[in-house]
Design a protein. Structure first.
Lengths: 113, 114
């Protein structure tokens, strides 16, 4: 199946700074790229998504960029706050018939006060 | 809106025993997924249902795992017999119309096999 590589596995930033998490993939038919946030012991929740016909999408402090040629997409969080501390997962939907998401291994984001 | 309900929240069993998990998706959601999340990893799709039919079960270990979705609503996932490596959180998710719409996750069932 499709693989998605996510980096870094852990990211520590000072409160107020920006955080960037990157994912790369191999299947050029992939066409839907969501990002999920999972706090400790809780369910994954969708925070932003992007489709293959769009290069960038923003929602307040969160943005996602997609480079289909290079096959990578990134999550950008600006003005980080303590409540941003969590594990973030990128995911993608391949262009094949099945609709289940393939997830990256996750990035543990730590916001230092 | 009510979320995806799962039970039990926690389960501890000995290896070779059997276990079943239950999921009630959001009302009206035709698509239901079961994911396995091993500690420190991202969720891995086990099986996807569209109404009560299986769309994808390519990653389901069918020698020990089974799932059903009767009447296109609730679903159960069973493991028989369990192995130590089955220890994980089992997440159920549902969506309105397949992967291109938002998938809502339940709280999950944390399974420990000893």
């Amino acid at each position: 199946g499709e693989n998605v590589e996510q980096h870094p596995s852990t990211l520590s930033v000072q409160e107020g700074d920006s955080a960037v998490i990157k994912c790369t993939y191999s299947d050029s038919a992939s066409n839907y790229f969501p990002w999920y946030k999972q706090e400790l012991g809780k369910r994954p929740q969708l925070i932003i998504d992007i489709r293959s016909n769009v290069g960038e999408k923003k929602d307040q402090r969160i943005a996602v960029t997609l480079n289909k040629t290079a096959k990578h997409f990134s999550l950008h969080i600006t003005e980080t706050q303590p409540e941003d501390s969590a594990v973030y997962f990128c995911a993608l939907l391949s262009g094949g018939g099945a609709d289940g998401l393939t997830f990256g291994k996750g990035t543990h984001l730590i916001i230092q006060p | 809106e009510a979320g995806v309900a799962q039970s039990p929240r926690y389960k501890i069993i000995e290896k070779r025993q059997s276990v079943a998990f239950w999921c009630n998706p959001i009302s009206g959601h035709a698509t239901l997924y079961w994911y396995q999340q091993i500690l420190g990893q991202g969720p891995k799709l086990l099986i996807q249902f569209q109404n009560n039919g299986v769309v994808d079960d390519s990653q389901l270990p069918k020698d020990r795992f089974s799932a059903e979705r009767l009447k296109g609503v609730d679903s159960t996932l069973k493991i028989q017999p369990a192995k130590l490596e089955d220890s994980a959180v089992y997440l159920c998710a549902s969506s309105l119309g397949g992967g291109r719409t938002e998938a809502f996750f339940g709280q999950g069932t944390r399974l420990t096999v000893v």
